[in-house]
Design a protein around this ligand. Structure first.
Ligand code: SF4
Length: 178
């Protein structure tokens, strides 16, 4: 069975997609790579939620300093909605690239990102990047056909059923309300 690495930003986002993913005949592992989190405790809080689903979980190193350096002075970009400032695009690239790097080293045939269907992200940018990486790495970038409003509805419903932690901010210090 083909292996698919799922880059997971948080459990609520994944829950909006999990039924469609289960319909595909793939062997899934969850990849938690989110150095964008402002604190280690926030990183751990979101990571621990993943054990509510029964999939292997790979935890990438938490290195917020490296993530900040990768932004290349874009950290002062204004907070936007959806999250599509240059800072956010650099952040999406940083995280998706780590998923492809891991997938390449560990012989995955597919990469999927929970961020690819979202009302809050620049999904056009992310998905174009995913297809660029697909060519570069020789690994399929998986996209699901789920309307964002349907994704949100399912995510909310399942999050309540599982009593999920539903964070009030995207993750970095710049996404918090001041
Ligand atoms: S708001 Fe979200 S997407 Fe944008 S830089 Fe912060 S963590 Fe990344």
């Amino acid at each position: 069975m083909n292996k698919c690495l799922i880059h997971v930003c948080c459990l609520p986002c994944l829950l909006g997609e999990i039924d469609k993913l289960r319909e595909l005949n793939l062997n899934y592992s969850l990849f938690f790579s989110n150095s964008n989190m402002d604190t280690l405790s926030e990183f751990n809080k979101r990571k621990d939620e993943l054990s509510k689903l029964n999939y292997p979980i790979i935890i990438d190193e938490y290195d917020h300093g490296d993530w900040l350096s990768s932004l290349d002075c874009l950290e002062k970009d204004p907070k936007t909605y959806p999250e599509n400032s240059d800072r956010c695009l650099a952040c999406l690239k940083y995280r998706l690239k780590r998923a492809f790097d891991y997938a390449k080293k560990n012989n995955f045939q597919y990469v999927f990102s929970t961020l690819s269907i979202s009302l809050y992200k620049d999904t056009d940018y992310l998905n174009k990047l995913g297809f660029d990486f697909e060519k570069q790495y020789g690994i399929k970038y998986l996209l699901l056909n789920i309307p964002p409003n349907e994704w949100k509805e399912v995510s909310l419903k399942k999050s309540k059923e599982l009593n999920c932690y539903r964070q009030k901010y995207c993750g970095c210090e710049f996404s918090k309300d001041s």
